[in-house]
Design a protein around this ligand. Structure first.
Ligand SMILES: O=P(O)(O)OC[C@@]1(O)O[C@H](CO)[C@@H](O)[C@@H]1O
Length: 380
């Protein structure tokens, strides 16, 4: 099925997941951001204005002098609910940063409006427990670390605003190509692994532990971690979040985590671990539209691992595909082998086999948007 035939996801349908994000999650998030800082009157007015707009108005433009105003004109003047969901969400986060003055000269420049939520999470006891658990994992723990990076994707602060923390009901992934992933990364094979990160804190820490494992065991000779260039989707990781996660690992003396942090620090200093933050990672477009410089960079990868739900939507296209659409067909234009590690938190899914889909549909409980199911898909 071509993208012309599979409807693009929008929030037009009352009762749809996309509608609930736009109509409920975004206003609730604006409330939390408003309460998280002593914003001065002009910033508060801007946040209130955005709240009014997303609660029923039409999409307004960015200020004309915004450095990137020209890139966001596509759907201005339309209803938030009628434009592509991926565009609407991305633009919402860009507008939120405009309201808080993130890019403007002045005291609020560069202040992450989601910083307090991210810091709370990173300080939390759950991270202590997860770090302590690393002490029990032996050298042959690749599969356990891969699972931990996979399920770490549940730790997404935007998602957790409307979902309970409970244990996933299905711990067995609905698609599991992990054997294929390991076959791409033999020990001593000089692989270069790129990881396109998703959330900070409780997701990024297991991602870093996985990268350390690949480098330390010789499954990768080099790795590159791709972060967001600015705050996005509440908890998406920017460079400051990466450095905070690295500190959290290193600050666990006597525990395996400290050794992992020290090794990552050395790998960064030696250039065996690179870090990127390309602007396209905050763009409202699918990965098949990536610019040439990013395409060239990713084409060096033995495999690119994409974390999370949003990266998955951008990878396969944010359309209502039949769930049995082959994953390989949807990622054919990605520059090189690709692995998606994602918990299911939105309507889009491809690459399921028919028996799995039948079982999921027969279960009678929601499975696409609840974060209770996960997948590991690899192509080719
Ligand atoms: O990419 P992540 O962190 O796994 O998930 C982000 C996400 O759950 O947030 C949005 C709703 O707020 C969804 O559309 C989306 O896919």
């Amino acid at each position: 099925m071509s993208p012309d035939e599979a409807p693009v996801v929008t929030g037009a349908e009352p009762g749809s997941f996309a509608r609930s994000v736009l109509a409920e999650r975004h206003p609730a998030l604006l409330g939390r951001v408003s309460a998280a800082f002593p914003w001065p009157p002009e910033r508060r007015r801007a946040l209130d204005g955005l709240l009014g707009e997303v609660s029923g108005g039409v999409i307004a433009p960015l200020p004309a002098d915004a450095h990137d105003a020209g890139g966001w004109g596509a759907h201005v003047g339309r209803s938030w609910f009628e434009v592509p969901f991926l565009w609407a969400e991305s633009y919402f986060y860009r507008r939120l940063l405009a309201a808080t003055g993130y890019f403007e000269p002045g005291p609020w420049r560069g202040v992450d409006p989601f910083g307090p939520f991210k810091r709370d999470e990173l300080r939390g006891a759950a991270v202590d427990e997860e770090l302590a658990a690393l002490d029990d994992l032996g050298a042959s723990s690749g599969d356990a670390l891969l699972r931990s990076a996979l399920w770490g994707n549940r730790a997404d602060l935007g998602f957790r605003m409307s979902a309970s923390e409970g244990d996933p009901s299905a711990s067995h992934p609905v698609a599991d190509d992990s054997a294929r992933l390991w076959s791409l990364l033999p020990v001593g094979g000089a692989a270069e692994v790129h990881l396109i990160a998703d959330n900070a804190g409780r997701e990024l820490i297991p991602d870093l532990v996985l990268l350390d494992h690949l480098l330390h065991t010789g499954r990768a000779a080099r790795a590159v971690l791709h972060l967001k260039p600015y705050p996005y989707f509440v908890s998406d990781a920017v460079t400051a979040d990466f450095l905070a996660a690295l500190d959290r690992l290193r600050a666990a003396p006597g525990h395996a985590a400290a050794g992992i942090g020290a090794r990552l620090w050395s790998a960064l200093s030696a250039g065996r671990l690179g870090v990127g933050a390309h602007p396209f990672f905050c763009a409202p477009y699918p990965y098949e539209a990536m610019p040439d410089d990013l395409r060239r960079d990713l084409s060096k990868a033995t495999v690119t691992i994409l974390k999370g739900d949003l990266n998955y939507r951008r990878l396969v296209g944010d359309h209502h595909w039949p769930a049995t659409t082959p994953f390989a067909d949807r990622v054919a234009r990605f520059p090189g082998p690709v692995a998606a590690l994602r918990t299911l938190k939105s309507d889009v899914v491809v690459g399921l086999d028919t028996p799995t889909l039948t079982t999921l549909e027969a279960g009678g409980t929601p499975w696409r948007t609840t974060g209770t199911h996960a997948l590991i898909q690899v192509s080719p």
